[in-house]
Every structure is written in structure tokens, then in C-alpha cells.
Design a protein around this ligand. Structure first.
Ligand SMILES: [Zn+2]
Length: 260
């Protein structure tokens, strides 16, 4: 039993506030930035036991079939790689990962995946610069830390922001601001619950402003207030300026009309 805001509230509040803040800061809002804001608003909860969308939206028998399909695909891929020398040995690892995804439980798989990704970053870090290696090392630490560990900490924001900053440099689109702000807002919202967050583990300091409990009226109230504030800010940021533009336009039309 965890005390947390619903994914829907996280999605609305984090994304809405992020887009408003970007606009107010003069950064403007692009489609990729909005997409990154949406993903980042939900990303911290990836280490919750049932966070994977698949498990929530799919009936069990279908999920089992899907797992078998993935396992078969993994085995087939390895065989194909062996016969065609297709990017070996990396393809073996990818195939093994696919099979593993079906055999081990979600949490263990996630840890393995994070360890692997961390290891790859660590290797790349040797040639691409020190911070990539740092992110890799942190990711590996993150993998073995207990549940709701690093994702809900300052390190999580830094790792995600760092990865996005690197991606931004490569893509030439500024994504890191949208991502890290949205991610950080998710953590702030979680700080409003009784469970709170531990911003700087292993330091035991807990950030909790216990305004709400999920499923209780206080939870409903706090979530409603957060969503309302988000909509008001969105309205003020995006709709009101558009309104003055239309009024301006209307005045111009009237002036033109008056000249006839
Ligand atoms: Zn959370």
C-alpha cells in the first residue's frame, strides 16, 4: 500500500506546469519537448511494482502469450545471428535479454536491464567524456538500491537531466529542460503525500508535506487543487495571450472597416 498520487494527476500536473514554465521562461514549447515532458511526468514511478502499462491494461492470458512470443523471438534472433554473423556478440546479448524478459519477474528484469545500460554507458564514458560514465555508474547503483530508491531522489533528476542534455546536444533540440522540470515536479507532488520522498539517499532526510492520503477525501482535494492550479496557469500562459491577440486583430478589422 503506497501513498501516491495517481498517474493521471502526475501526467496532468507535471506536464501542464512544465509547458507553462517553459513558455513563461521564453523557451517556447515544441512537440518533442511536450512529449518528453509527458514521459518524464510518469518516469519516476517506473520502479513501482505494477507501473508497467502492459500489466495494467492487459489480461493475464494475453500477457502470457506475449511473453512466450517474445521468448521465441529472442531464441529465433539468436539463431539468426549465429547463422548470419549478425552483429555478434551484441546480438546474442539482445536475444538473451528478450528471453530473460519473459523468464524473470519484472523487478529483477528491470535491475538487469539497468545494470546492462549502466555498464554500456560506463564503457562509452571512457571515450565520450566523464559525465556519461558517471551516469552509468549511478544507474548501476540505482539498480541495486531498494524500491522507490533513486528514481525519487535528486540523483534521479540529475541522471535523467544528464541523459536528456546529451540527447539534446545530439539532436539539436532542447529537451533537457522540459524533461528535468517535469520529472522534478513529479517528485514535488509525491512529497505532498504521507510517504514523502528521500531526496538524497543514503541520507535519511525525508521530504514530506503530508497534505493528502490516497483514496481519502484529502487526497481527492489536494489532487483537485493541483489540477486546478495547473489549468489556471495553462490558461493564463497560453489562452489569455492568444485572447489579446484576437482582440488586437478585431480592433484592426474595425479600423479597416471604419475607413470605408
Ligand atoms: Zn512517484
Amino acid at each position: 500500500m503506497t501513498e501516491a498520487m495517481t498517474g493521471r494527476t502526475h501526467l496532468l500536473v507535471s506536464t501542464g506546469l512544465t509547458l507553462s514554465l517553459l513558455q513563461l521562461a521564453g523557451q517556447g514549447v515544441s512537440l518533442p519537448a511536450a512529449g518528453v515532458a509527458v514521459v518524464s511526468s510518469l518516469l519516476p514511478d517506473i520502479d513501482e511494482p505494477n507501473s508497467l502499462l502492459l500489466q495494467k491494461t492487459m489480461p493475464k492470458p494475453l500477457l502470457l502469450k506475449l511473453k512466450l512470443l517474445f521468448a521465441a523471438a529472442g531464441a529465433g534472433f539468436i539463431l539468426y545471428s549465429y547463422l548470419q554473423s549478425f552483429y555478434t556478440p551484441y546480438s546474442y546479448a539482445a536475444g538473451a535479454l528478450l528471453i530473460m524478459m519473459c523468464l524473470v519477474n519484472q523487478r529483477l528484469f528491470r535491475q538487469l536491464l539497468m545494470m546492462l545500460l549502466g555498464g554500456v554507458l560506463l564503457c562509452l564514458g571512457a571515450s565520450a567524456g566523464p559525465w556519461l560514465g558517471t551516469a552509468g555508474a549511478l544507474l548501476m547503483v540505482c539498480a541495486v538500491l531498494p524500491h522507490r530508491g533513486l528514481t525519487h531522489s535528486v540523483y534521479g533528476v540529475l541522471i535523467w537531466g544528464g541523459l536528456l542534455y546529451y540527447a539534446s546536444l545530439k539532436l539539436g533540440v532542447s529537451l533537457w529542460m522540459a524533461g528535468s522540470v517535469s520529472y522534478a515536479l513529479h517528485l514535488l507532488c509525491d512529497a505532498l503525500t504521507k510517504q514523502g520522498i528521500h531526496p538524497l539517499p543514503p541520507w535519511k532526510w525525508k521530504l514530506a508535506i503530508p497534505l493528502m492520503s490516497t483514496g481519502k477525501f484529502s487526497g481527492f482535494l489536494v489532487e483537485s487543487v493541483c489540477i486546478t492550479v495547473t489549468f489556471v496557469l495553462l490558461w493564463q500562459t497560453f489562452v489569455v495571450p492568444m485572447g489579446t491577440a484576437t482582440v488586437g486583430l478585431w480592433e484592426q478589422v474595425k479600423n479597416v472597416w471604419a475607413q470605408f
